[in-house]
Design a protein around this ligand. Structure first.
Ligand code: SAM
Length: 236
C-alpha cells in the first residue's frame, strides 16, 4: 500500500468521503488516506492526526515527500484534540477497534459540531461504534463489509440525523451487533464473518460446559447463548 494505491479497506473509506469536504483523518499513521484523497482532488485539504511519535513522524515524512505540506497538516495529539470545532466537515477513523473509535468520538464530542459526516472503519467491535452513534444523535447512512487478505472489515458511514431510522423494522440489539444495512444485505462476506464467529462462540460454550461451574461461567454461558441465538437469526 502507498499513497497512489490504497488497500481495498482504505479505498472503501476514501470512497465515502464527500467531494470538497475538509477532512480530518484521526490515527492516520503514514497519512496514505489524506494524501490519496488530496492528490485525487476529492478534498482540498486535510488534517492528519496521530497520537504516537513513530506514526506521527511517518505522516510528516509522507506529506513532505508528496509535496503536500500546504494542503495536509500533520498534528500530534489524542483523538479529536488535533482539530478545532468547525475546522472540518468529515472525519475518518480507520484501522482501530470499535471501542477505541467510540472513546475517541466520546472524548472529542464538542469538536463534532459542524461535522457532517463520519466514516469509521472498526477492525473489530463495530457494535460499540453503532451504540455510540445511536446515543449521540448520528444516523448510520451506509455500511459496507469487505474481505482483504483473509480479514473481514466493516465501514460505517454516519451523518447527523435520526439515529434509530435504519433500525426501524429491526430488533435494535440485533441491528447494533450485525449492522442494520449489513443484516438486510446479508452478503457472502457477512455470512462468512458471522458463521466463523458462531463457530467460535460454540467452541467457547463447549469449553464452558466442561469447566468448573460457578456464577461467572453461568453468566458467560447465558451471554454466549443469547449471541448464538442472534447469530442464527442473522444468518437465516
Ligand atoms: N488509519 C490507518 C489505517 O487504517 O491504515 C492506520 C491504522 S493504525 C492500525 C492505528 C493508528 O491509530 C496508529 O498509528 C495509532 O498510533 C493511532 N491511534 C491510536 N489511538 C489514537 C488516538 N487516540 N488518537 C490518534 N491516533 C491514535
Amino acid at each position: 500500500m502507498n499513497t497512489e494505491k490504497l488497500s481495498d479497506r482504505l479505498e472503501a473509506v476514501a470512497n465515502n468521503i464527500p467531494k470538497a469536504a475538509r477532512l480530518a483523518d484521526i490515527g492516520s499513521d503514514h497519512a496514505y488516506l489524506p494524501c490519496h484523497v488530496v492528490i485525487k482532488g476529492t478534498v482540498p485539504m486535510a488534517i492528519a492526526g496521530e497520537v504516537a511519535e513513530g506514526p506521527f513522524q511517518s505522516a510528516l515524512e509522507q506529506v513532505q515527500e508528496e509535496n503536500l505540506t500546504d494542503k495536509i497538516f500533520v498534528r500530534k495529539g489524542d483523538g479529536l484534540e488535533v482539530i478545532e470545532a468547525g475546522e472540518v466537515d468529515c472525519i475518518t477513523i480507520a484501522g482501530m477497534g470499535g471501542t477505541l473509535i467510540s472513546t475517541i468520538l466520546e472524548k472529542g464530542k464538542l469538536k463534532l459540531q459542524g461535522v457532517s459526516r463520519l466514516v469509521l472503519q472498526p477492525n473489530v467491535g463495530s457494535f460499540a461504534v453503532r451504540r455510540w452513534l445511536i446515543d449521540n444523535g448520528w444516523e448510520l447512512v451506509k455500511e459496507e463489509i469487505l474481505e482483504e487478505d483473509r480479514k473481514i472489515y466493516e465501514v460505517l458511514v454516519a451523518e447527523q440525523g435520526e439515529p434509530l431510522k435504519p433500525y426501524q423494522d429491526l430488533d435494535v440489539e440485533l441491528g447494533i451487533l450485525f449492522g442494520p444495512f449489513l443484516l438486510k444485505e446479508k452478503t457472502a462476506v457477512f455470512k462468512e464473518k458471522w458463521s466463523a464467529e458462531k463457530r467460535n462462540w460454540e467452541r467457547i460454550l463447549k469449553q464452558l460446559d466442561e469447566a468448573v461451574q460457578n456464577d461467572e461461567t453461568e453468566s458467560k454461558r447465558q451471554e454466549l447463548k443469547t449471541k448464538l441465538k442472534m447469530a442464527e437469526e442473522a444468518l437465516q
